[in-house]
Write a protein that binds this ligand. Structure first.
Ligand SMILES: [Zn+2]
Length: 131
């Protein structure tokens, strides 16, 4: 049974960030609709969940990889908010975390230096921020 499953999954695309988002997001929508009872969220969630699994089971690697790349690029801003909050927590009160607007690189700057010019070490982009 286990061998059969492995053989079945071998030629499939498998999970990626977009599929995780679709299946988890879908589940959350369905649970949410159990409380707010619109019906719309339930079907939206069901569709997302089903589509997530269609992607996991897909054999079209190129298309799935391209979709995931698109998803990762277009959600970089949102994901950065969480990443930055986590980094800021690690950096504590002595440092402040800024995100380069050009390349999304996170830059750690000492706090309490007033307005300073920050140069991104990755792409060289300069911007002025209050530290
Ligand atoms: Zn940069």
């Amino acid at each position: 049974m286990k061998d059969k499953f492995i053989r079945f999954m071998r030629s499939r695309y498998g999970n990626d960030q977009l599929s995780s988002f679709l299946t988890w997001g879908g589940l959350i929508f369905m649970v949410l609709d159990a409380f707010i009872k619109t019906g719309i969220f339930y079907f939206l969630g069901l569709f997302m969940f089903a589509y997530g699994y269609v992607r996991i089971m897909s054999k079209n690697y190129d298309k799935r990889a391209a979709q995931n790349r698109w998803f990762m690029e277009h959600t970089a801003g949102v994901r950065n908010i969480f990443k930055r909050a986590k980094k800021q927590k690690e950096a504590g009160k002595e440092y402040k975390i800024f995100v380069c607007s050009k390349c999304q690189q996170m830059i750690r700057v000492p706090r309490g230096k007033g307005k300073i010019e920050i140069r991104c070490p990755k792409c060289g982009n300069r911007f002025v921020k209050k530290s």
